[in-house]
Design a protein. Sequence first.
Length: 503
Amino acid sequence: MQVAVPMTSTSTLGELKTSVFADLAKLASGTAAAQLIGVLAAPLIARLFSPQASGGLALFAAVSGSISVIACWRYELAIVIPEKDEDASALVWLSLGMVLISTTVTQIVLWLLGGWAWSWTHAPALKTYSWLISANVFVAGTFAVLHAWNTRKGQFGRLTVAQVVTRLAITGSQILIAISGFAGTRVLIGTTIFGALVATLILAVATWRQYSEILLAGLSRRRALLFSKRYGRFSRYSVGATLLNVLSGHLPALLLSSFFSIATAGEWALGNRLLRIPGILIGSNFEYAFFPRAAEAKLNGTLGRAVEGALVYLIKLSAFPCLLLAVIGKPLFVLALGRQWAEAGVYSQILSLWLFTWFVSSPLSTVFVVLEEQSLELRYQALNFASRFVALLAGGLLGNARIAVTLFTVAGMLLYGSYCFTIIRKSGAHASNIIKSAVSSIGVFVPAGLIVLLIRSYVASPVVSLISAGILLAAYFFNLFRKEPAARRILKTVTGRFSSAAS
């Protein structure tokens, strides 16, 4: 969604940018803190819960998460738009009404089809917890409405606290309950809803105390119906695209569980979640910084150079660690998470090349916004879903989970590679310089990769090869940050947000 901003003067624009990025920094610090908590707790939680339990949570998240993201029928997106708070509050009540409808419909569908669906995914035991899906839809939908209202009112500090509280409540309760002797799927599902519920209640109480008068002023059936028509395009055009995007992320867990086992889905889910954390943190920082520069570069006719420079730096940041992961993924997971997660480590090795293409291309999605080519973004989302489905289906029919993950990786590399080259072509960047950077990064990795492989071949202990890989990785980034000013700026931004989160 693009919002036109009147630009009255250079100083006004500068103040606007400063304000926007200050707000983004607050939100990013909450995201950083939540991710950091998850990373630090992962080795303990992985030893307390089995792949089967993780798989059960992944399937629960796939179903409830896909419904929750459209629980408000996307009307919550419109809450920030009206000029008057009374009109926005009417959209709050409209969105909450849609949450109630979505929750009710979800429960009815689960009563009718829940048994068949859970049997299809080799998780019949989850039928007992189906009602929790409806509960999660209600909690998540309510949180989305509160999040939108507080975004409108500029309460970004409050939203940051909500992110951190959610992760603390989930992680803390999982560890405490598991240590007490109860470790299974129901604990992971229950604590996930508990964390979301705690954050939602905190946000709801704080919001009601401050804005109850304004919110009550918008409580009108007539106004709700009026705004459901006025902003009906959000429901008509955004629901499908959003659902497609979310389903693409959950598709592997659903299909891997249905073709193989719930444990396979759990191994995939944990490995994929941990692999994506660095990309989410660094990629989002890069995207926030690149967006305004890309918009300015388009006006100046230098968008091609901006895209070219961004891709070169993203390749330098990600090629070496992703290729290194392809060599040490399995021993790394075994050492960090325990031997029961060895197969997740194998999946991480296979996924490393997909991770590289995803990391490089995702932060540049804003180029399509700058060029007003959102239709291309929607086409790529549809193609992403279709290619993932075909790849995983083929692997499932062949009866081999590793083949399924390999085909997923190949499909992802082709898709994100095409995505990158479309961005290059549309922006006017020179592909030759970007390809040279990729080849150069691979060349830098080759001797380091050979060293680690030789150590793994001749030294029985995986600790030695992991230490050597860590030293080589540290040396690579030390040299990169020493030579590249842009890389130093990214590092400063990331560490600054972690420091803000910690404080």
